[in-house]
Design a protein around this ligand. Structure first.
Ligand code: NAP
Length: 522
């Protein structure tokens, strides 16, 4: 046994501590080992069976409103332990207080939102969609679409960058729908998610088997899944492809939702004046979306599209703001941007920027690890804000293909036309969010018609929104999160859209009296 703490998994109603196969979890600001993680020794098939047998029956005996009560309690617990979770986030994710809060408050806020909409669904066991539909000439035979919980287990595989929110946003939807959850945080940053689950389990309000957690590798968890189960995966496009291939190879048609990576674009339209509120909003948003969580957000801006005539002025404005960031150990209160989360992320950032420089000039940044304020010399995975500028044709280069998961973005000058902007946006192969900054409604609408199908969310920055727009990187639970193509093709959040992943839609047909019985409001 290691002397360092081992992150526990929670399987079949018991805590599991692996005794081999450890991977170390480190503080990315000083590389000190915080804990070990491993899933060795877990019987994954029995975890799946336990969820299906115990968890499902407990949850599906409850109404939507009752399950919303569970989700509410989860939110309350995370809020009550906010300070502790923020500290763990600093230690294991290297987050500043603000960046940690983005994850931890995002988790409790999303749970609270789903608790509220679940409560409104009421004491019903299924949901109706739309109105009854007349199916016969005289109206004696009608139909209605209803949604019922799927009798399986929801397996949630999460990325390293949002350990709390990733766990919570998926669990909220699945538990509200009545599906038991097996959650698997990314190994490298599993301390925050593990503590969230620990706090919830120890409060003893969830039905047995409703929530299990695997810390460490996924093992053969996916092998035991069947057609009524759901896998919700968040991570890189590469791992998503591996998950798709495992499930397809088994031929069991398990439902899969993928939230993958994305080359999000921020587009400045030609109507925006250099001295204007919309320009200020654009610069503020781009800087925030490049640097928040050290650029380790799936919704971060990676491509900055600016009309040729404005490219120099925008480059100067971005640089002067990015240069003010103090990179270092977030334990130092003067630090405004923390390190990357792992040695692997640092290496990928260095390699990624090198690849981008094949067709872009480095305008700001060193393209290499730097020392961080308050951190031991030579230690910590620090990477400064990095701006590149596309050198060759706007269409060419790795900037449209390679996600550098770090505070890195490239400015691309375009001809200012709607077609030019839409075409470049589409080269990213599908984004989670594309932000357009304009006060010209006609430009916006033409862009939406030409280019909206390449994104999951169109965020419009304008003078009218300048005071309240939260930034393009915020995945609000009310709005859809997910994007086409490279972004994974998934659909999460968006109110009941996200819950729908865990429900089976069916058409019920019969007499008006029989169908009226399905209406919870009747
Ligand atoms: P990753 O390396 O793809 O890992 C994601 C998750 O998959 C981790 O829990 C990982 O577990 C697990 N995993 C690894 N190999 C697996 C396999 N063969 N089968 C099943 N699961 C496997 O991604 P990451 O580095 O954690 O996260 C960064 C990426 O996620 C970025 O590309 C980012 O854009 C994307 N992301 C997308 C969203 C979104 O909502 N669209 C949100 C956040 C992040 P281990 O950690 O144990 O290896």
């Amino acid at each position: 046994m290691s002397e360092v703490e081992v992150v526990r998994s929670y399987v079949r109603g018991r805590w599991h501590v692996s005794e081999s196969g450890y991977r170390p979890l480190v503080n990315p600001a000083n590389e000190e080992v915080l804990a070990n993680v491993s899933s060795d020794g877990i019987d994954f098939a029995s975890a799946v069976k336990f969820a299906r047998d115990r968890g499902r029956s407990g949850l599906q005996q409850m109404s939507f409103a009752q399950r919303a009560g569970l989700v509410k309690q989860m939110s309350t617990i995370l809020r009550e332990h906010r300070a502790e979770l923020l500290e763990l986030s600093r230690l294991n994710n290297g987050t500043t207080r603000g960046d940690g809060a983005f994850d931890v408050d995002g988790a409790s806020g999303t749970l609270a939102y789903y608790a509220a909409i679940g409560k409104k669904l009421g004491d019903t066991e299924f949901l109706c969609e739309g109105e009854p539909i007349q199916l016969s000439r005289e109206g004696g035979f009608v139909g209605r679409h209803i949604l019922v919980p799927r009798p399986g287990v929801a397996v949630h595989i999460n990325a390293f960058n949002f350990p709390a929110w990733g766990f919570a946003e998926k669990a909220a939807c699945a538990l509200l729908a009545g599906m038991p959850v097996i959650t698997k945080p990314a190994s490298a940053t599993s301390l925050v998610a593990a503590r969230c689950v620990e706090l919830i389990i120890e409060a003893e309000f969830l039905p047995e088997g409703a929530l299990q957690m695997i810390c460490g590798s996924v093992g053969d968890l996916l092998d035991g899944l069947g057609p009524q189960d759901v896998v919700a995966f968040t991570g890189s496009a590469e791992t998503a492809a591996a998950v798709r291939s495992v499930l397809a190879g088994r031929g069991t048609l398990t439902r899969l939702n993928v939230e993958a990576d994305s080359l999000n674009a921020a587009i400045l339209a030609p109507d925006v004046a250099t001295e204007s509120r919309t320009m200020d909003l654009f610069v503020r948003d781009v800087v925030r979306e490049m640097t928040q969580k050290a650029g380790q957000k799936c919704t971060a801006v990676r491509r900055i599209l600016v009309p040729e005539t404005m490219a120099d002025a925008v480059t100067d404005q971005l640089c002067s703001r990015l240069e003010t960031f103090v990179v270092g150990d977030p334990a130092d209160e003067n630090v405004t941007m923390g390190p990357l989360a792992t040695q692997g992320q640092l290496q990928a950032a260095e390699e990624g920027v090198a690849a981008l420089t094949a067709s872009a000039d480095l305008v700001l940044g060193t393209a290499k690890r730097i020392d961080g304020r308050g951190a031991p010399e030579g230690k910590g995975y620090f990477f400064g804000p990095t701006l590149l500028r596309q050198r060759e044709s706007a269409e060419a280069g790795a900037v449209h293909r390679r996600e550098v998961f770090a505070p890195v973005a490239a400015l691309i000058a375009y001809d200012g036309s709607v077609e030019g902007a839409a075409g470049l946006n589409a080269l990213g192969g599908g984004t989670l969010v594309t932000s357009v900054y304009t006060d010209d409604l006609s430009w916006l609408q033409t862009f939406a018609a030409a280019g909206a199908a390449s994104t999951g969310r169109l965020y419009v920055g304008s003078e009218g929104a300048a005071d309240e727009a939260p930034g393009s990187g915020v995945a609000l639970p009310q709005s859809l999160h997910g994007g086409p193509g490279r972004a994974g093709g998934g659909e999460e959040l968006g109110g009941l859209i996200g819950v729908g992943l865990y429900l089976q839609r069916l058409a019920v047909q019969g007499s008006p009296t029989a169908i009226a019985g399905f209406d919870p409001t009747a």
